[in-house]
Design a protein around this ligand. Structure first.
Ligand code: AMP
Length: 416
């Protein structure tokens, strides 16, 4: 079923959203992007004359009640944005009566799903090495099904609009779908958009295709880098991983972040790129600092000749030009991970050069997909969010989708 074809009049819809919004120390929301992202789906249900049961996780309470991660804190914001009062169910597994009494147009927000270990389905208090682990896991999977069934019992239909957790096979993101028939489960509008954006990059590639992978480590991105190698024309690897590559090739990287145990992995990537005819673009110069802070003394030097007391913090001017050249003229662009420690204003130049080149290419007709928390934060910091084709709300989910993995949250509904 697709959401646009479904008429919610008189129906109760249970919707899994991603309301895992950042809060400050007073519990105030510092970025409401995720709430805004779910609004089209939530409004569709209400406008049709349905009622809403909204469920989400927040943070990592690890199966225990932790009021610092209570979704009660954000009910006011959901209410403000939807323009209707939002009732709150303080126990997500005991919300049957509250759900049953919902009238058309009414909204019930459930407490943090992850207050129950059943949501994630991992046995608590037992290590994998323990001989009793398998038994505990089996028992937990059974109670996860029960938990999902309880949630399902609140509603007539199920919508998954939480792309951020679509790579997890949790009670609310996947298992619950088993308790609804084909015609009563669907992806939300945000999920549909996300899936389409990934599809644009993976199956509908217009060439040249340039992917930019940054961030701190090569090891956490190896899966996607290897997968992209079969698809891209240009592959820019930047950020902290620059120095693992420089070191692997015999360079000196001073105090730079460097995965000394991944040097072989770096050499392997270089060899594979050559073998597959991919234009691999690595930083050749950098802005290095004598301390990890915004006001540290800086020098521009070769990325493989960094003085011992310095660490590479951002792409240098020559590198920035190389990056821009590999992005110019591209027709498909994927960006994940910053090119430097962009959180410090003095080390944003590399990421900014990338963002600007992407904006220009997009203006000239490229499809550009930006994903992963930090590159999105970058684009927002530069005020360039409206200059790219699509900004994904998914971090891990986006990377797994682009790696070519089937996301359990999508598969549970589409049956793939
Ligand atoms: P990731 O979570 O792997 O995508 O990495 C994002 C983080 O990488 C950001 O917090 C950046 O500050 C950090 N980063 C980027 N470049 C560097 C660098 N040269 N040295 C240290 N950290 C970096």
């Amino acid at each position: 079923m697709t959401i646009d074809k479904f008429n919610f009049a008189g129906k109760k819809a249970i919707v899994r959203v991603d309301f895992n919004v950042p809060l400050d120390e007073n519990g105030k929301i510092t970025d409401d992007t995720r709430i805004r992202g779910a609004l089209p789906t939530l409004k569709k249900v209400l406008n049709d004359g349905g009622s809403l049961i909204i469920m989400s996780h927040m943070g990592k309470p690890k199966g225990k009640v932790n009021m610092k991660m209570s979704l009660g804190q954000i009910a006011y914001a959901v209410s403000e944005k939807l323009g209707v009062a939002v009732k709150f169910a303080p126990d997500c597994a005991k919300a049957g009566d509250a759900a049953a009494s919902l009238m058309a147009g009414e909204v019930l927000l459930l407490e943090n799903l992850r207050f129950y270990p059943e949501e994630e389905g991992k046995p608590v208090g037992i290590e994998k090495e323990d001989p009793a682990y398998d038994e505990a896991k089996k028992a937990m999977k059974a109670s996860q099904k029960q938990f999902a069934k309880t949630l399902a019992s609140y509603a007539d239909c199920y919508i998954n609009d939480a792309f951020g957790t679509a790579h997890r096979k949790h009670a609310s993101t996947a298992v619950i779908a088993d308790y609804f028939d084909e015609g009563n489960k669907m992806l939300g509008l945000l999920m549909e958009q996300e899936v389409k954006a990934v599809d644009n990059v993976l199956s509908n590639i217009k060439r040249p295709f340039t992917a930019i992978m940054g961030g701190s480590k090569v090891s956490t991105k190896i899966g996607i880098i290897e997968n992209l190698m079969d698809k891209v024309d240009n592959l820019i690897l930047c950020g902290g991983m620059t120095y693992t590559f420089a070191k692997a090739q015999g360079g000196e990287v001073g105090k730079s972040i460097c995965e000394y145990d991944k040097l072989d992995m770096a050499l392997d990537i270089i060899a594979k790129a050559e073998e597959k005819g991919v234009n691999l673009v690595l930083g050749t110069d950098c802005v290095a600092a004598d301390d990890f802070n915004n006001n540290a003394n800086t020098i521009v030097c070769a990325a493989n000749e960094i003085p011992v007391e310095y660490e590479g913090m951002d792409a240098g001017p020559e590198t920035r030009e190389k990056f821009a050249a590999a992005i110019a003229g591209a027709k498909t662009i994927l960006w994940n991970g910053p090119a430097g420690v962009f959180e410090f204003d003095n080390f944003t130049a590399g990421s900014k050069a990338i963002a600007e080149a992407i904006a220009k290419a997009t203006e000239e007709g490229a499809f550009s997909l930006i994903g992963g928390g930090d590159s999105v934060a970058c684009i927002n910091k530069f005020g360039m969010a409206d200059k790219v084709s699509y900004i994904s709300t998914g971090g891990g989910a986006l990377l797994e989708a682009i790696e070519g993995k089937v996301l359990p949250g999508v598969a549970a509904i589409k049956g793939e």
